[in-house]
Design a protein around this ligand. Structure first.
Ligand code: IZC
Ligand code: ZN
Length: 413
């Protein structure tokens, strides 16, 4: 065995491979005085030190908390430019969708992304990935959707694919060409939808550049009918469906997610009672984005009701230049804890096992168990509540990714 983490105060972890809902969302085990054995990229031992195999190297966790690496299941990682010019409008109360209708918002990031080379996009995203990793994110999902044409969508997805191999954070790609109607199709939205279904989606599938297909199903963006059509085409090509659903207005996105067996519906601030009930029946995961509600000064999704209804809840940053310009998942966890009134255990499940399931990685990521990938965090905290209590401060000490120390490491001998 290559590595042993010993002197751990407590290992806090969800259990298993499937997303957790209802009371299961809080079923986190707190192992006291256990060690973790790692060989290559896998966890091979969790138990008492006297039963552990010999290890070549030891990490002293100094009596602190260990959890699985965090998984950020919703980001728009690759983009050109920023949108700090919109802050003033936002403070004056100009609605997010009005900025978009006037050709700003997503469309201004589309212009910037089209005008940025793949190498520049990668350099910029690399900085964000380093920030994510230093705050404990070991896997993130990354959506395209700032190209809205074949060339730029491919440029974004290739940038994500290359970065996946060049740095420590694993990246899972989602195609989101249906993020907005591009300006050049403003008067001919059906032609853009046909382009997506007939040309761009098949090309992305052929090149295997994304596993998921997402859509901004929202008033004045894509209707439920358009979203159904696009996602049905995507499913036929082998993509799993995700939906930006009921973020700003209740359009029936949660209901659609259930109807088409989407793996997840995301945002859900305005999800209806029926939508929540149908999601629980269909096992769709609710990926909630508390930092976005905070930043846009919007209501918070009804996380408690979703959990109680039996919907598995994941939390993510929604990192993007418009509605969530922050890629620190700890902050989203803390806002989720306070504003959704989720317990530390429920939030831990939301950013580990349920987030893993939301990106189809539940069998290999998201818990501290033998057989899972050795993606682990040693926290500068003695227990799980501490992470939530000391909000706004990065409490990550050491990050281990695929069995290798990638942040910290002064305590290895
Ligand atoms: O760039 O504004 N909500 N898409 C849907 C976003 C936010 C990203 C953006
Ligand atoms: Zn989003």
């Amino acid at each position: 065995m290559e590595l042993l983490i010993k002197n751990i105060g407590v290992i806090s972890t969800a259990v298993g491979y499937e997303p957790k809902s209802g009371t299961g969302q809080s079923e986190v085990i707190h192992h006291k005085d256990f060690v973790i054995g790692i060989d290559k990229d896998k966890i091979v031992f969790v138990g008492k030190e006297e039963d552990a195999p010999q290890a070549e190297k030891i990490i002293d966790a100094k009596g602190r908390l260990v959890t699985a690496g965090l998984i950020d299941a919703h980001t728009h990682l690759i983009f050109g430019g920023w949108r700090q010019n919109e802050l003033d409008m936002k403070l004056k109360g100009v609605p997010y969708l009005d900025i978009l209708s006037a050709g700003g918002g997503i469309l201004s990031t589309v212009r910037a992304t089209r005008n940025t080379s793949k190498e520049e996009l990668k350099k910029k995203a690399q900085v964000h990935l380093s920030v994510m990793l230093s705050h404990g994110t070991t896997t993130c999902e990354a959506k395209s959707g700032y190209g809205l044409d074949m060339e730029t969508e491919i440029k974004q997805l290739e940038a994500a694919d290359e970065l996946n191999h060049e740095q420590a954070v694993s990246i899972v790609s989602t195609f989101m060409g249906a993020h907005a109607i591009p300006s050049e199709y403003k008067e001919n939205r059906d032609a853009y939808i046909a382009l997506l279904r007939e040309k761009i989606l098949p090309e992305i599938a052929k090149r295997k550049l994304a596993e998921f297909c997402d859509i901004f199903c929202e008033t004045a963006v894509f209707t439920v009918g358009e979203s159904r059509k696009i996602l049905e085409s995507a499913k036929k090509l082998g993509f799993s469906a995700k939906i930006h659903a009921d973020e700003i207005a209740p359009t029936g996105g949660a209901e659609l997610a259930a109807e088409i067996n989407a793996i997840s519906a995301e945002h859900l601030i305005q999800a209806s009672d029926t939508g929540i009930k149908k999601m629980a029946e269909s096992n769709a995961i609710a990926v909630l984005l508390p930092a976005t509600s905070f930043y846009l000064n919007k209501p918070f999704a009804r996380a408690r009701e979703m959990i109680d209804a039996g919907v598995p809840v994941a939390l993510a940053t929604d990192f993007n230049p418009g509605s969530s310009p922050n890629c620190n998942l700890q902050l989203a966890m803390q806002i989720g804890c306070y504003k959704y009134v989720m317990t530390p255990e429920e939030v831990l499940t939301a950013v580990t096992l349920n987030a893993a399931a939301a990106v189809s990685r539940g069998s290999e990521l998201g818990t501290v168990e033998v057989g899972k990938k050795a993606d682990l965090i040693i926290w500068d905290a003695e227990d799980l509540p501490m992470i939530f209590y000391r909000y706004g401060t990065n409490q990550v000490d050491t990050v281990i990714k695929n069995g290798k120390v990638v942040i910290g490491g002064y305590n290895v001998s």
